[in-house]
Design a protein around this ligand. Structure first.
Ligand code: MN
Length: 232
């Protein structure tokens, strides 16, 4: 059937070493997946089952290799936070995937920022309301080029860090994830059928904090890539 207006373009993330890009279908995010960050959010970091929220696919803000991209400070917040995270890019779909075979479903990995209107997130959380206004807004998911598994392997450890204007703000290690990537895929695929093009933001280490216009954020997962963003 024809369309009554042109369909919106599919968001595409560059792939390292490939002229073809990764077409994004959905963005899933894990909440509180590092104990120290759970504590700074006021939660008990005991190993409860992981919980998930979503961002729209077109919230991605892809950044070309080696580039710094501008990100507009969002409306309706006075407490705009960075969260640097390992992102899993799904290349093979499935339901009720077993953790033992979950790595077979991964196309590659990237560095992402789960940008957050913290003031709105906390206000919504405290009223038991959905988080979308705090988490799922436009450009809330800046992302580096995807490093294919063929080049990166499946990292079980590796430093995750973020600087603001050159000062280290966040630092953690993938080895400290409460729920590993294979365990996260196993849990998530019990509730949703995962498909090629899905991205999973795996949670942020401690040290989240605000940025303002003019700030430059550089985040990285060692062995996977780096992401540079200027807030304007
Ligand atoms: Mn997050």
């Amino acid at each position: 059937m024809n369309h009554v207006f042109p369909p919106a373009p599919i968001p595409v993330v560059p792939v390292a070493g490939n002229t073809s890009g990764f077409p994004v279908r959905r963005i899933y995010c894990v909440g509180r997946n590092y104990a120290a960050h759970a504590r700074e959010m006021g939660s008990d970091p005991d190993r409860e089952p992981p919980f998930f929220f979503c961002k729209p696919a077109d919230a991605v803000l892809p950044v070309a290799p080696g580039a710094t991209r501008e990100l507009a400070y969002p409306s309706e917040t006075a407490n705009y936070h960075h969260e640097v995270e390992l992102v899993v890019a799904i290349g093979k779909g499935g339901q009720t995937i077993r953790a033992e075979s979950a790595n077979d479903h991964v196309f590659g990995y990237a560095v992402g920022f789960d940008m957050t209107r913290r003031d709105l997130q906390f206000a919504l959380r405290d009223k038991g309301r959905p988080w979308e206004l705090g988490k799922a807004f436009d450009q809330s998911a800046p992302i580096s080029p995807i490093m294919p598994v063929a080049r990166s392997g499946h990292p079980a450890a590796g430093r995750v860090w973020l600087t603001v204007n050159g000062t280290l703000k966040q630092e953690g290690d993938l080895a400290d994830l409460i729920w590993s990537v294979p365990e996260t895929i196993a849990h998530l695929s019990k509730y949703f059928e995962l498909c090629p093009g899905d991205l999973i933001f795996t949670g942020t280490p401690e040290g989240v904090g605000p940025v303002v216009r003019g700030d430059r954020m550089v985040g990285a997962v060692d062995g996977i890539g780096e992401l540079s963003i200027r807030v304007v």
